[in-house]
Every structure is written in structure tokens, then in C-alpha cells.
Design a binder for this molecule. Structure first.
Ligand SMILES: [Zn+2]
Ligand SMILES: [Zn+2]
Length: 121
């Protein structure tokens, strides 16, 4: 069981399974969306994911037609994203997890956009 929340604690969720893989994405969209060097995400089964509180504080932003980025509109924490053409999978923002294990990233996407100060073996 995985549990997590946004920075202000309004949005709380649980995921009734384990996180199987984690991905770090350095693309410019992720950098701007997270305000950081990239995004840290995992594709998870939407049916096993449940918002426990704060559903009314979730706002969806469509930067592209099909992909929604869902965030807490009180504190701005990104929680997950999903694609309209792939509704059974959501991409959880792993920095919001407060309980449960997160595997070390197996995939690094858009390495060409990675800031030089980050050294990865
Ligand atoms: Zn919040
Ligand atoms: Zn990205």
C-alpha cells in the first residue's frame, strides 16, 4: 500500500499496490511543470488509485490536447497526470509519496535536457 499527499495536505491519496517502476524525465515540459530538473513518475493502475481527501482541490491543466496534469490548487503540488486516450493508466508524481517503497529509477528520459550539474552513473 502506497500513501501520499500534496504539500499542504489537502489532497491525500492511496494506491492499493506496489510501485513497480520509476522514471525520471528531464524534458522541458517536466522541468517547467515541476519547477525542478525534471519529473519523477510512475505509471500506475488508475483503478487501484483512490483520492482520500481534497478531490475538490484538484485542478487539471491540459498543456497538450490529450494530457492532463493534475495538481492541488491550494499549494500547487503536482499529483499525477493522465492521457485522455489511456484512461486506465495514471502517472503518479513520486515525490508526493509519504508511505511505501519507491524503486530506484530504471528509465531516464530526455537525458539531452538534463542539467549538467547532475551526474548520473
Ligand atoms: Zn495542497
Ligand atoms: Zn517529461
Amino acid at each position: 500500500m502506497i500513501k501520499g499527499q500534496c504539500l499542504c495536505g489537502t489532497v491525500r491519496y492511496e494506491y492499493n499496490d506496489v510501485i513497480e517502476k520509476s522514471i525520471v524525465c528531464f524534458c522541458r515540459d517536466c522541468q517547467q511543470a515541476q519547477g525542478a530538473f525534471g519529473g519523477w513518475n510512475s505509471p500506475i493502475d488508475q483503478k487501484k488509485f483512490r483520492i482520500l481527501s481534497g478531490e475538490q482541490s484538484l485542478t487539471e491543466y491540459f498543456h497538450t490536447k490529450l494530457k492532463a496534469r493534475v495538481f492541488c490548487n491550494k499549494c500547487g503540488s503536482p499529483i499525477y497526470s493522465y492521457r485522455k486516450d489511456l484512461l486506465n493508466i495514471i502517472r503518479l508524481r513520486l515525490g508526493t509519496i509519504t508511505k511505501g517503497d519507491v524503486p530506484k529509477p530504471r528509465d531516464l528520459a530526455y537525458l539531452q535536457d538534463k542539467p549538467d550539474f547532475l551526474c548520473i552513473e
